[in-house]
Design a protein around this ligand. Sequence first.
Ligand code: FUC
Length: 818
Amino acid sequence: MNRRDFLGSIPAATAYAAALSAAPEEASRDLTLWYPEPAAKWTEALPVGNGRLGAMLFGTLENERVQLNEDTLWSGMPRDWNNPEAKKYLPEVRRLILEQKDYLAGGELCKKMQGPYNQSYLPLGDLRLKFDGAGGATEYRRELNLDSALASVSYRANGVRYTRELFASAPDQVLVLRLACDAPGRLSFTLMLDSLLRFTVEADGSNGLALLGKAPSHVDPNYLKTANPVIYDEAEGHGMRFEARLRVVTTGGNVSTARDSLHVEGADSAVILLAAATGYHGYAQAPDLSAAAISALCRKRLAAAAGKPYAALRQAHIADHQRLFRRVALDLGRTPAAELPTSQRILSFGEQPDPQLAALYFQYGRYLLIASSRPGTQPANLQGIWNDMVRPPWSSNWTVNINTQMNYWPAEVCNLSECHEPLFDLIAGLSRTGAKTVEVNYGLRGWTAHHNVDLWRHSAPVGAGSGDPRWANWALAGAWLCQHLWEHYAFTGDRKFLETRAWPLMRGAAEFCLGWLVPDKQGRLVTCPSASPENAFITADGKTATISAASSMDLELIWDLFTRCIAATKALGVDGDFRLKLEGARGKLLPLQIGKHGQLQEWWEDFDEREPGHRHISHLFGLHPGNQITPRGTPELCRAARISLERRLRAGGGGTGWSRAWVINHWARFEDGELAHESVLALLKKSTSINLFDMHPPFQMDGNFGGAAGIAEMLLQSHAGEISLLPALPKAWTDGHVRGLRARGNVEVDIEWRAGKAAGAKLRPGANGEFKLRAPKGQALAAVESRGKRLVFAAPADGFPLLKLSAGNEYSLMFAGV
Ligand code: FUC
């Protein structure tokens, strides 16, 4: 194909949907996870979700299980987690560390500044279907189509083809499961609901069932060994009520209800509609919506959905999903491995090249974000919205010392900006609870959060007096979370968002940081107490300690926040005095240090790490997701950061899960495509379940999101004031294309490459602007065309031209050196 063909052949993202529907089979084939067998365990089942309701389909023949979640179903209620004693200990902790360098004593004292542990995300229940006579089934297939967001099962039994199709509809706010067969009257099954929480089940009229429950008022994290970890309390609002209500609509056959089950006999097909709701009505209120109010909500949704034909529900769902999903297409090449069942591709991964699996994993990350995070819902937690345990790992909470932020790394670059919204709401909540925390615990203004957040916007250090301060007492979640507000603005250019929502929250987080910083003996500003989540270090006398001052991550986070706040005040033309304060303080921050190995130093002093291969790589925050450290902007720090990463990896770090996903992003920022790709392969090989869930282990969804973001980062970067095309393209992805990624400055980007070189690109700016364009290594921009006209651009000395682009136009880029 020559350049002309390419330029003529890439449809704009808007036209992409049309192109996809012109070749639906081919597109679906490469966007489908499929299996010749049912799920043997939960992490093999297939997830669907509408941001609020989640379900896992097992596809079991005789005893089907659809495991259910609702994103506000948590234990507990609002309470006071702040610790007024903390204020008393803070000066002493600082004296011990800054003056005496007694890190052990300082760390011990930090425990006295802690409050209670956070609450748990809970499973709603299970929809169970019992089919008679499905034994001996043949032609079994179970699949999840990412393009239509439909999970399905099909098999032949006793000469009849049976199908099941499940989706979670965002427009209709119900789960929909359709069962059908290709012979009249051959569909019979019994339907039940149950839960791991306290519940009762009752029939609802002649064709419905309802599960009514109450959640515990308290659940201890799974890692605590306590006598009574799950506590129920009868009082209204002490633990929330919840409900799942379903209705069955059949074609042919009879429906009969027993006390707590429903039986369908001899139908042609059946549609099960399920609605769910809880007593939650805001993080600051007791979750005390009455059972009647919850039922009314479920009934209303069911009645509305039942009034529509199945085809209409299905079509509305698909259209809604594709509006988001189809914005991005990725082709990394295809080998025969792509024909195999997904389970086989995962289990034998590495035996033959399978670049398409990386593309599928990327799109799965986007699918999961659409399914677990929509405007108005809770943000994706450690498990997205999918959880089958009363005491899930780490309470399935929002862990904000990396995990929650990683969930949202793909949001902007992967063109799912709306899906970022729930995180902004969480930040707004934390700015209130966290303001109280910093006032009570530290006597400061502004707000922050510590490393664990729950539905109630828990903002204080957890640990209950015995948590390890290396995670519990880290106080800079506010700064990190605010990066997401700025990035949303940077990608969308939404000034109103910056002004009304982002800036007040960023300002509050910066105010806290200004108060939290203290001068060291030379008058430079440092943080104390300070951890480098979640590693420990070895003191001069050979002891293990976790708390010192001025960890590099703290300094990088504060630099990041202040820098973005300074930019925000300029963009908005507000708060000049505050800007001066921030500029002054940023100038006095202790500079990042390079240690004895040439590495980017992790702590205040050049300590050795307790675990040189620790999974957290906190001190590289400034490289990614920050932009303080860049190959051309800060070459020395960048070299040091690379040495730090190499040392971590040599010692076994970056092994699996989110840690490995972070490493993909790091190598992408070092513009090293081969090493980034090695980590993509490691993620798929070492920590991916056959349903493509990331296994940290245990299952944690952050790796999925971080992996998808890492793949995007290999193809497109825009954090350093330029749009950089294919900055880390590995040899293994020889030919391919990506359409619809987004760059900062509000631009949509398509790139096509052949034999490892850019063959062409398109830019679709959403606003007028000047963009510096970095062509791939060894290539140069040759020409830019829009509407048949050549764009004149200067070729500055560095060879990376500034393009003046206008909103609403599409620009085709051609490269020399192909
Ligand atoms: C931190 C990490 C763990 C895990 C947990 C949710 O404690 O160190 O690896 O990701 O958060």
